[in-house]
Design a protein around this ligand. Structure first.
Ligand SMILES: *[C@@H]1O[C@H](CO)[C@@H](O)[C@H](O)[C@H]1NC(C)=O
Ligand SMILES: *[C@@H]1O[C@H](CO)[C@@H](O)[C@H](O)[C@H]1NC(C)=O
Ligand SMILES: *[C@@H]1O[C@H](CO)[C@@H](O)[C@H](O)[C@H]1NC(C)=O
Ligand SMILES: *[C@@H]1O[C@H](CO)[C@@H](O)[C@H](O)[C@H]1NC(C)=O
Ligand SMILES: *[C@@H]1O[C@H](CO)[C@@H](O)[C@H](O)[C@H]1NC(C)=O
Ligand SMILES: *[C@@H]1O[C@H](CO)[C@@H](O)[C@H](O)[C@H]1NC(C)=O
Ligand SMILES: *[C@@H]1O[C@H](CO)[C@@H](O)[C@H](O)[C@H]1NC(C)=O
Ligand SMILES: *[C@@H]1O[C@H](CO)[C@@H](O)[C@H](O)[C@H]1NC(C)=O
Ligand SMILES: *[C@@H]1O[C@H](CO)[C@@H](O)[C@H](O)[C@H]1NC(C)=O
Ligand SMILES: *[C@@H]1O[C@H](CO)[C@@H](O)[C@H](O)[C@H]1NC(C)=O
Ligand SMILES: *[C@@H]1O[C@H](CO)[C@@H](O)[C@H](O)[C@H]1NC(C)=O
Length: 250
C-alpha cells in the first residue's frame, strides 16, 4: 500500500500546485452522458492494460483479491472501504450493482460492479465502473465504464496470469493512463509480494509447472512483444517477474 501512495506522491511532486476548475458531473456513482467523442465535455477517451504473472496458484491469489471490499493489496487498509451491499460483505458473494466506496490520493472512489465471476478453478473476472473522480495532485479527473480484471491459472496451475484493463474518459488521457498503469502494476506486484515475493520467470522452473505452457500462449505476456507507447517513468522489464504492457488510444 505504501508503494501505491508513494507513486502518487512522486507524480504529485512533479506537478505544481494546481488550481482546478473541473466540474465533476456526478459523485453518486452514476456516469455522465457521453458526447461526440464518447466522453462528457472536457473529457477524452483512453485505455490502459497491464499484464502480469505471479508464480502463485489461483487459489492463493483469490485469498488476496477475492473480496471486493478488501483492497489491502491495492493500498487501502482494512476497514477503509465501505459498500452498499452489506449482505455480500458477510457472504462474499458480490453481484452486479454492488458498489464500494473509499478515498485514496485525495480522490473519493465509487466503483460499481457490472460483472463478477469467481469460479473455483478460474478465471476470476471482475469488472466495475468508476464514477467521476479527481486526483488533485496530478490535476486529472476521470471516470470509467469498464475497469476490469481477469486472473487465470497458467503453468499447469502453478502460476496465475492477470489482465488489468481500463477504458476511461479523462481530462488528460495521458496523465490518467500513466497513473492507472502505475497503480495497476503496483497492485499486481503487491499480490505477488503478499504471497511471498517471488518473481515469475517461466513455467518450467515452477514445481508442478511442467513447462508445457508458456505465458506467451496467453497473449504477449512474455514482455518482448508489442508494447504501447510508454507513459510511465519505469517500464516493466521482463527480467523475471513482471510483464507489463499498455496502450494509449486517444
Ligand atoms: C488542470 O487540468 C485542466 C484540464 O486538463 C487544464 O485545463 C488546466 O490547465 C490544468 N491546470 C494546471 C495548473 O495545469
Ligand atoms: C470555472 O468554470 C466556470 C464554468 O466554466 C467559470 O464560470 C469560472 O469562471 C471558472 N473559474 C475559474 C477560476 O476559472
Ligand atoms: C446522481 O447524480 C446525478 C447528477 O447530480 C443525478 O442526475 C442523478 O439523479 C443522481 N442519481 C441518484 C441515484 O441519486
Ligand atoms: C449501490 O451504489 C451504486 C452506485 O451509487 C448504485 O448504482 C447501486 O444501485 C447501489 N446499490 C444498492 C443495492 O443500493
Ligand atoms: C484482507 O485481505 C488480507 C490479505 O490480502 C488479509 O490478510 C486480511 O485479513 C483481510 N482483511 C479482512 C478484514 O478480511
Ligand atoms: C471482506 O472484506 C471486508 C473488508 O476488508 C471485511 O469486513 C469482510 O468481513 C470480508 N468478508 C469476508 C467474507 O471475508
Ligand atoms: C497532459 O498531461 C501531460 C503530463 O502528463 C502534459 O504534458 C500535457 O501537456 C497535458 N495535456 C493537456 C492537454 O493538458
Ligand atoms: C522481483 O522483481 C522486482 C522488480 O524487478 C525486484 O525489485 C525484486 O528484487 C525481485 N525479487 C526477487 C525475489 O527476485
Ligand atoms: C504437463 O501438464 C499437462 C497438464 O496437466 C499434461 O497434460 C502434460 O502431460 C504434462 N507434461 C509433462 C511432460 O509432464
Ligand atoms: C485484456 O483484457 C482486455 C479487456 O477485456 C482485452 O481487450 C485484451 O485483449 C486483453 N489482453 C490480453 C493480452 O488478453
Ligand atoms: C513472445 O511472445 C510473442 C507473441 O506474443 C512471440 O512471437 C515471441 O516468440 C515470444 N518470445 C519469446 C522469447 O517467447
Amino acid at each position: 500500500m505504501k508503494s501505491t501512495l508513494s507513486i502518487i506522491a512522486v507524480l504529485a511532486s512533479a506537478a505544481s500546485s494546481l488550481a482546478q476548475n473541473i466540474t465533476i458531473p456526478a459523485t453518486n456513482g452514476s456516469l455522465p452522458k457521453a458526447g461526440a467523442n464518447g466522453c462528457a465535455p472536457g473529457y477524452y477517451p483512453g485505455t490502459d492494460t497491464v499484464i502480469f504473472t505471479v508464480p502463485y496458484t489461483y487459489q492463493q491469489v483469490l485469498l488476496i483479491i477475492g473480496n471486493y471490499t478488501n483492497l489491502t493489496w491495492s493500498g487501502s487498509p482494512d476497514n477503509s472501504v465501505t459498500t452498499n451491499n452489506s449482505q455480500a460483505l458477510v457472504a462474499n458473494n458480490w453481484t452486479p450493482g454492488s458498489a464500494r466506496f473509499y478515498d485514496i490520493a485525495g480522490a473519493h472512489v465509487i466503483e460499481t460492479i457490472t460483472t463478477y465471476s469467481k469460479p473455483a478453478n478460474g478465471p476470476y473476472v471482475e469488472i466495475h465502473t468508476v464514477a467521476p473522480l479527481s486526483i488533485p495532485s496530478v490535476n486529472v479527473s476521470f471516470y470509467s465504464d469498464f475497469d476490469g480484471q481477469v486472473w487465470k491459472p497458467i503453468c499447469n496451475g502453478a502460476a496465475t496470469w492477470s489482465n488489468f484493463t481500463i477504458n476511461f474518459c479523462a481530462t488528460n488521457a495521458t496523465t490518467a493512463a500513466s497513473v492507472l498503469h502505475q497503480l495497476h502494476t503496483t497492485d499486481a506486484m503487491t499480490v505477488g509480494t503478499f504471497l511471498g515475493g517471488k518473481n515469475f520467470t517461466s513455467c518450467g522452473v515452477l514445481a508442478g509447472g511442467n513447462g508445457t505452457v508458456t505465458p506467451s500462449a496467453f497473449g504477449g505476456a512474455n514482455g518482448t512483444a508489442a508494447s504501447g507507447p510508454s507513459a510511465t517513468a519505469s517500464p516493466i522489464a521482463y527480467t523475471g517477474d513482471a510483464v507489463g504492457r499498455h496502450g494509449l488510444i486517444a
